[in-house]
Each structure stands twice: as structure tokens, then as C-alpha cells.
Design a protein around this ligand. Structure first.
Ligand code: R5P
Length: 262
């Protein structure tokens, strides 16, 4: 692997081999989600606890201070909205030169296996990886399921993660599932997990993070379960303790409750 690619990956995955990515890119097809109406206000207090920020270029340019030292994982796929039943009709929405201009650590794109636009999204991934190779920018492939959340089982996620890695993605973001260790075992590149829609309790989300780490994920790329929490800073601190400090769920819950939201 070339120096630039390695260096960018090391900005995302820390020396302990782990990472806490904060996902705030949802607006690219979901618009202003609850608690992300004003991205600047929501994101700023969380940045000190995140290893990187997964974000769109619009929110990056309008809402993040460029003086801040936070690696950027730029969402570069899109082209649909939640108003459509099928969310898989995505293209590449950002050229690689703009990603370079934004000094990103990585670019991220969704693939939709088994969807009407499977082929198109896999070709998008191939093209993006070619461009990433040219500039030394790693690609994070997101194994997206659109509205079909029930698709998230080990068989499907292994298939999608492995195909992403076979096509050359340097990292994969997928979902946690039963038998998640199998997904990790058959994917030769590092895996992070998304949190998915907000759970009933923070404890559920912390348990998810803990289980994923135990079964081989290098970290999380979590959004709603952090910033839609009533105590977002407490939540990201708790997740961080699980990912980087080997905290148990009990310890992480104490950390969550120990931080009082302003
Ligand atoms: C989907 O909108 C994005 O790819 C998110 O980055 C991803 O789903 C992770 O965020 P969450 O933990 O909220 O699912």
C-alpha cells in the first residue's frame, strides 16, 4: 500500500487498531433528521471525542470549522431521497478532485446488494476505488439496505462485505448481526458497524457496540444512537470507552450517566 493511502488510513484507525467514527451524513437522503436540524450545533460538542467524521461536503463546508483537526470521511454517493421506495439508485455525487481539495482521509459510498440498482452501485464502487488509488485516498464501502432493514443477516452482510473488499474497498461499514464474527472472518479488510435507527435505550446501543468489538469489528461508525440521545456527549464517551478502553457495557453505562448533558 502506498504511503499516502497508509497515512490516511492511520488517521482513521488509531494506533490501537480501533476507531470511533461519528456518522452525520444522513441528510444526503433523509434531510433534516430530528436533532440534526442545525448540524453545527449538534456536531461541534462531539468532535473532541470522535476519531473521524463521516459527512457530506455540503455540511462540511457550511458547518465544520476548517481549523479543527478531525479526519474527514466524505460521503460521495447519493442521488435519491427517502421519498422513493427504492433507495438504491445512487451515483457518485462528488468528484475526486473536490475530495482532495477538502483534504479528506477517506471517501465513502453505498452499495446495495440484491437491489434493483446492485450493478450500478458496484460499478460506482469500482470507479471510486480506481480514483482513490490514483490519489492515495481509501474507500469505505457501505453495505446499505435502504428501507429493507430485515435484510441485515450474516449471510447477506458477509456477501456484501466480501464483494466490497473483493472490488478493492480498503474498509467496509456494515451492520451488526447474529453470527457477526462470520462476517468479519470472511472480509479481508477492516469492518466498522453502523448503529442503525435509534434503539429504545442507550444500553441497547452500547451492547451493540460491545458485541461488535468482541466479534472483530475495528470500531463503529455510529450516528443516530449518539446524537439523538438525550446525552450525546455522554453517549460518545461511553462508546469510546468500549472501542478504545476495553470497557464493559456496565462501565460504559456508568460513563454515560456520569456525563451530565448541558
Ligand atoms: C446512512 O444514512 C449513513 O451511511 C450513516 O452514516 C450510517 O447509517 C451510520 O449512522 P447510524 O448509526 O445512524 O445508522
Amino acid at each position: 500500500m502506498d504511503w499516502g493511502m497508509k497515512n490516511r488510513l492511520s488517521r482513521m484507525i488509531k494506533a490501537d487498531g480501533r476507531t470511533v467514527m461519528l456518522a452525520v451524513d444522513h441528510g444526503y437522503f433523509l434531510g433534516p433528521l430530528n436533532r440534526m436540524e442545525e448540524p453545527k450545533k449538534t456536531i461541534a460538542p462531539l468532535i473532541p471525542y470522535a476519531d473521524s467524521l463521516m459527512i457530506t461536503r455540503g455540511t462540511l463546508r457550511t458547518s465544520i470549522d476548517a481549523n479543527q483537526d478531525i479526519p474527514i470521511v466524505l460521503r460521495v454517493s447519493g442521488g435519491n431521497s427517502v421519498l422513493n421506495e427504492d433507495l438504491s439508485n445512487e451515483g457518485i455525487t462528488v468528484c475526486i478532485k473536490d475530495a482532495v481539495r477538502l483534504n479528506v482521509a477517506a471517501v465513502a459510498l453505498s452499495i446495495y446488494l440484491g437491489s434493483p440498482h446492485e450493478h450500478q452501485t458496484l460499478i460506482n464502487l469500482g470507479k471510486l476505488i480506481d480514483e482513490g488509488q490514483e490519489y492515495g485516498i481509501p474507500v469505505l464501502a457501505v453495505t446499505a439496505v435502504g428501507k429493507e432493514l430485515e435484510k441485515r443477516d450474516a449471510r447477506y452482510l458477509s456477501l456484501a462485505s466480501r464483494i466490497a473488499a473483493e472490488l478493492g474497498a480498503q474498509m467496509v461499514k456494515t451492520y451488526y448481526c447474529d453470527d457477526f464474527a462470520k462476517v468479519v472472518k470472511s472480509c479481508p479488510v477492516p469492518i466498522v458497524i453502523a448503529g442503525g435507527p435509534r434503539f429504545k435505550t442507550e444500553l441497547d446501543a452500547l451492547q451493540l457496540a460491545y458485541d461488535a468489538i468482541q466479534e472483530g469489528a475495528v470500531g463503529v461508525d455510529m450516528g443516530r444512537n449518539i446524537w439523538q440521545s438525550s446525552n450525546p456527549v455522554g453517549m460518545i464517551k461511553a462508546v469510546r470507552a468500549i472501542v478504545h478502553d476495553k470497557a464493559t457495557v456496565k462501565k460504559a453505562t456508568e460513563i454515560f450517566h456520569g456525563h451530565k448533558s448541558a
